[in-house]
Design a protein around this ligand. Structure first.
Ligand SMILES: O=C(O)CCC(=O)C(=O)O
Length: 344
């Protein structure tokens, strides 16, 4: 039987099995018993003294994590706990709104700057994912806040405060990552042009047969860098040495991952790594990624300082707009979009 509701949140309440359009072929299932669940699966970096005595040590840790893991967690990042708990609360309240209220924000057009949708791209994909999401643009704030949902009533205020705080963290990390590559600390920020910040509130309802489907299948992020906040329900997994590794939640930390544009700028030194979200049968899960991006007209290519006779440019120059369009149109295939932008 195929799904009949626009949003999964409402459909999931009515089914005790996964509808056929969510069922993955046998060769493409999460194989949940084969996932590594280990403490410290990705590095945890303390940012407390980033601007102090341990500066060069922290830059070294960040550089190593970007090169070897493509993922790390940060603590003492400077974003107050109250801002974190507020954004989680507002996301939960949003997905609990009546269906008719949530549907006011619905669109299946990926070019819309504020939209509630489901799965990944319902227009292009063959199998659906066990996820609803609200996706918004959030920099510069004043260009977008008026489009955001006005219900729950404090949505705009709470989300705006969160976005500004996360942007501050991103800019600090970009400085550190530039330095880790031996570039001037403002190198990456300058490449981005006017910059863009997008955010998703991901909602994964409990799933009656989590072994048959994904919240999100394996993918890399097309943007520059992602700052992910997850609630206390596990679900994120990262590919390491060919094995899926669970990244279990640590309260008040953020997960940072390198996106495709950072891999390009670093000429393949920093890695944009496959990750996925799996679901479970007992608990809903919320995750909130902030995607920091170049502006669409920014020209992206390997930093000239990182290219020489031994290290040829791995990628050609392109605009971020060109890359982003390819990403959304091809669906969430496991292979990364980067191959289409290799230098010949
Ligand atoms: O839910 C998660 O933990 C991962 C989310 C994610 O990868 C995405 O939204 O692109």
């Amino acid at each position: 039987m195929a799904a009949t509701k626009l949003l999964l949140t409402d459909l999931a309440l009515t089914v005790n099995h996964v509808p056929s359009n969510y069922v993955r072929p046998v060769s493409d299932r999460p194989n949940l018993s084969d996932v590594q669940i280990s403490e410290g699966s990705i590095p945890l970096i303390d940012l407390q003294h980033l601007n102090g005595p341990n500066h060069s040590d922290i830059i070294e840790q960040i550089g190593q994590a970007c090169q070897h893991d493509g993922f790390f967690q940060v603590k003492n990042h400077g974003i107050p706990e109250a801002i974190i708990s507020n954004i989680m609360r507002i996301a939960t309240e949003f997905f609990r709104l009546p269906e008719s209220e949530r549907l006011k924000n619905y669109s299946d057009d990926p070019s819309k700057t504020t939209r509630l949708s489901t799965s990944f791209n319902v227009k292009t994909e063959k199998v659906s994912n066990w996820r609803d999401f609200l996706r918004i643009h959030c920099f510069p704030l004043e260009d977008y806040v008026h489009e955001w949902p006005s219900n729950p009533p404090s949505f705009r205020e709470d989300v705006a405060e969160y976005c500004s705080s996360v942007r501050g963290l991103v800019l600090r990390l970009l400085g550190a990552i530039s330095e880790s590559l031996g570039l001037k600390s403002d190198y990456i920020e300058k490449v981005l042009g006017k910059q863009a910040q997008h955010m998703a509130l991901n909602y994964y309802p409990p799933c009656p047969q989590p072994e048959l489907t994904y919240g999100l299948p394996g993918h890399t992020d097309p943007n520059l860098i992602t700052i992910l906040l997850q609630d206390d329900v596990p679900g994120l997994q990262v590919l390491r040495n060919g094995k899926w590794v669970a990244v279990n939640p640590i309260p008040n930390t953020f997960i940072v991952n390198i996106g495709d544009q950072m891999q390009v700028i670093s000429n393949d030194r920093h890695k944009s790594v496959l990750h996925r979200a799996v679901v479970n049968s007992s608990k809903e899960r919320i995750s909130i990624p902030t995607f920091y991006c170049p502006s669409p007209d920014a020209v992206i290519g390997p930093a000239k300082e990182l290219i020489n006779d031994d290290q040829l440019a791995v990628y050609r120059d392109f605009t971020y707009g060109e890359y982003y369009e390819k990403f959304w149109n091809r669906g969430l295939a496991s292979e990364c979009c980067l191959d289409m932008f290799k230098a010949v």
